[in-house]
Design a protein around this ligand. Structure first.
Ligand code: FAD
Ligand code: NAI
Length: 504
């Protein structure tokens, strides 16, 4: 027997709109009902853009939903570069996943754990509790009927020696915290009494490898931090502060239009951020970066650059979990950049496995925008699948009643026809189609660049007005009202009082 679902007003099932009462409802939503154990188990790996967008729109009453992720929060990555300098505090862009799940109609299980293996033949996932506190059971298995893989990607190092040991990445909250601490460490050590002059130059040289949006945005934030805060607090060392951005290709931001690339490069020149293009880093030591430069005449030379802080932002690589799954599926043997999926995001050559976001190869760039739209698409797909099953069983039930209740034939036939019409409409799910809204990047000095999709064309803009647009766009895209308020307060705080330079 099915338990009736508790009724919920729209304000209760979603986010609070305004007012104290609404906030209370947001904090204390109605009790959730426990899903029917007979229903299929849908396991979702990850709590990033793809998985959380799926969870947001999924009707969890239709499945036994299990979420597994080593991170018990969603991270709004577009504002992560701002956390490296304290312009935004890290908790302002994190949303606890249990808070998100508490607002779903039916309860969802969450395990803070890393999926270490997807056993595709047995339909089970091996998970490991990698937290610092250990219980008696630290490893176990979770069976699934349907699986959505949204584990993202890890940092690409291309096996370049010294990168993992000596550089900072910029993908997770802990990376931003480590950078923030290290910047201040370099500054305070450079300001140490009687510090050696060459050492001051090295310590204050911040090197960023990778001229994609991550590297460019970080370089811009760093320059702002020095110009707006460090310069005033420690004026004696500030003239020696230097930022260098190293890029292997001939330009930075290759995904932006030519005029915005030129604009970014000229803005960086004004901001005294040195861009070294056609320069490929080959080796990293604890104090230097060794790079191969392609000269204008085509010859190659080697450059050794001393650094105090090195941030490595050269894009994505496959996670071991994904590599292992791909090795189990013969149809994935030619895929290099991730799990090849079809137009319904089904992992090619696999049954009952879907993939979203950076770990999937669907023919789009690895961005939050793509991952979010893929997650939304899968939510519709799973909601439709459940509805189809429900309608089909109702049709089967009514069809058997036709023989048992001959007096009601006309009535039953009419109901069957209505249901079949609904079924045809629901089953007609169109394949996933990505709609590109545009690209935005902050480039420092309160300037941003934007390539916005507009009426089948593209509008390119850069400057201070674009920066206001960048701010309002990201503020409105924050996960919750709470995040929005915290981010806005952080911006106001940094403007009024400066960034907090105390080292953690
Ligand atoms: P993620 O969001 O990375 O989430 C992956 C999830 O999987 C995480 O919760 C992780 O903990 C979990 N996980 C990892 N391993 C396992 C495992 N073994 N088992 C279970 N769970 C696991 N894109 C834009 O479109 N616009 C931007 O402005 C933008 N800015 C960015 C700024 C920065 C600094 C960075 C690093 C990226 C930015 N991106 C931006 C790219 C965007 O963040 C990614 O494309 C997006 O996060 C991909 O979403 P995802 O769901 O695939 O992965
Ligand atoms: P990326 O892949 O976009 O750029 C990495 C850059 O590093 C490349 O240009 C590459 O040529 C360079 N590189 C690689 N190896 C190198 C070496 N050894 N030496 C010097 N340069 C080297 O990576 P990024 O910036 O981390 O972005 C990852 C994804 O996230 C992209 O899809 C990007 O669009 C998205 N993103 C979007 C943002 C936005 O829209 N504002 C912000 C940040 C990321």
């Amino acid at each position: 027997l099915r338990r009736p679902l508790p009724r919920r007003s729209p304000a209760r099932s979603g986010e609070a709109s305004s007012g104290c009462g609404a906030q209370l409802i947001y904090r204390h939503p109605d009790d959730q009902f426990t899903p029917d154990p007979q229903k299929k188990t849908l396991v979702i790996l990850g709590t990033g853009w793809g998985s959380v967008s799926l969870l947001k729109k999924l009707d969890t009453a239709n499945y036994n939903v299990v979420v597994i992720s080593p991170r018990n929060y969603f991270l709004f990555t577009p504002l992560l570069p701002s956390c490296t300098t304290g312009n935004i505090e890290h908790r302002s862009i994190m949303e606890p996943v249990r808070q998100i799940l508490r607002h779903k109609r039916a309860a969802v299980k969450f395990y803070e754990a890393e999926a270490t293996k997807i056993d595709y033949e047995r339909k089970v996932i091996k998970i490991s509790d990698n937290s610092d506190i250990k219980g008696t059971i630290n490893e176990t298995e979770v069976p699934y009927d349907f699986l959505v893989v949204g584990v993202g990607a890890e940092n690409a190092t291309f096996g370049i020696p010294g990168v993992r040991e000596h550089s900072c990445f910029l993908k997770e909250i802990k990376d931003a915290q480590a950078i923030r601490t290290k910047i201040m460490d370099c500054v305070e050590t450079a300001a140490f009494k009687d510090q050696d002059s060459a050492e001051i130059d090295r310590l204050l040289h911040m090197v960023v490898v990778g001229g994609g949006p991550t590297g460019v945005e970080f370089a811009g934030e760093l320059r702002d931090f020095f110009d707006e805060d460090i310069k005033k607090l420690i004026p004696e060392i500030s003239p020696r502060f230097k930022v260098t951005l190293i890029e292997a290709l001939p330009t930075v931001l290759p995904m932006f239009s030519k005029q915005l690339i030129d604009y970014t490069e000229s803005t960086f020149k004004e901001e005294h951020i040195e861009i070294k293009t056609k320069t490929m880093v080959k080796k990293v030591t604890d104090k230097t970066v060794e790079a191969q430069v392609t000269n204008p005449d085509g010859s190659k030379s080697t450059l050794t650059i001393p650094y105090g802080l090195l941030v490595w932002a050269t894009g994505n690589a496959l996670r071991p979990l994904i590599k292992d799954l791909m090795s189990q599926i013969p149809a994935q043997k030619d895929s290099r950049r991730g799990l090849a999926v079809n137009e319904y995001l089904v992992v090619q050559g696999a049954r009952d496995i879907w993939a979203v976001g950076d770990c999937a190869v669907a023919g789009y760039a690895p961005t939050a925008q793509v991952a979010a739209q893929e997650g939304n698409f899968l939510a519709r797909l799973f909601n439709n699948m459940a509805k189809t099953e429900e309608l089909e069983s109702r049709v089967a039930e009514l069809s058997s009643n036709l023989n048992l209740k001959p007096g009601n034939v006309a009535e039953i036939t009419a109901e069957i026809e209505t249901l079949e019409k609904q079924l045809r409409r629901i089953k007609d799910v169109k394949p996933f189609n990505y709609s590109h809204q545009g690209s935005l990047a902050y480039i420092g000095s309160e300037k941003a660049v934007a390539d916005i999709a507009w009426l089948n064309g593209n509008v390119a803009s850069g400057g201070k007005l674009t920066y206001l647009f960048w701010r309002s766009a990201y503020l409105s895209m924050c996960f919750s009202t709470r995040n929005r308020v915290l981010v806005a307060l952080d911006w106001i705080k940094a403007k009024l009082y400066g960034r907090d330079v105390s080292r953690e």
